[in-house]
Ligand binder design. Structure first.
Ligand code: SF4
Ligand code: SF4
Length: 181
């Protein structure tokens, strides 16, 4: 019998203990999250750092395609009382696709074994078509992938050459969000 992913609301994916697990968000999502945090009076609890960055214009500018959302412990939008996301309807694509994880650097899709439902159903997942199991999540993943490809094409159209650079090499004064080009 086929079954689809059903969130157990265990909170595991809204509690962060290491850098590798942190959500990756597009610039428009970053701005949206900052605005939502301001509305909820939690602006001090939200921060980001450049993650997917390209050097353009012979090093005179850096274009940010995605940021890493810095969260330690519970996500500031997680409501421990109701065990729910306060921005569920409008949460970022990386949250909507979870437990799928899109790795644009390696053009790969992973299924997170940190997810309780995944751990409980690992054998079933391994013997099934992921598109059947994660029907809604894969839509969010595809949306993110298409956006990413479109953003890369936008940079190429404007600058021609682009070079991906490690975020730590970026000069913050020269940063431009890709959707502000
Ligand atoms: S935005 Fe919502 S789903 Fe995403 S980590 Fe925060 S609480 Fe969890
Ligand atoms: S870890 Fe998996 S089952 Fe638990 S809340 Fe997150 S998505 Fe749902």
């Amino acid at each position: 019998m086929s079954k689809t992913f059903t969130c157990l609301r265990c909170d595991r994916c809204c509690y962060f203990v290491c850098e590798q697990e942190l959500p990756i968000v597009f610039p428009y999502e970053k701005r949206f999250l900052i605005e939502k945090a301001r509305e909820l009076g939690i602006s001090g609890k939200i921060s980001f750092k450049p993650y997917e960055v390209y050097r353009v214009n012979e090093g005179r500018e850096y274009v940010v395609v995605a940021y890493k959302w810095i969260i330690r412990g519970y996500c500031p939008f997680y409501d421990k009382t109701s065990r729910a996301c306060k921005i569920h309807q409008v949460k970022p694509l990386s949250c909507r696709m979870y437990p799928l994880i899109l790795n644009v650097t390696h053009n790969a899709i992973h299924v997170s074994e940190a997810c309780c439902w995944v751990r409980n159903n690992l054998n079933y997942i391994l013997s099934s078509n992921p598109a059947d199991v994660f029907q809604e999540e894969i839509k969010a993943l595809l949306e993110a992938y298409i956006l990413f490809i479109n953003y890369i094409n936008l940079i190429k159209d404007k600058y021609g050459d682009l070079e991906k650079v490690p975020p730590e090499h970026v000069k913050y004064s020269k940063l431009i969000d890709v959707d502000k080009l």
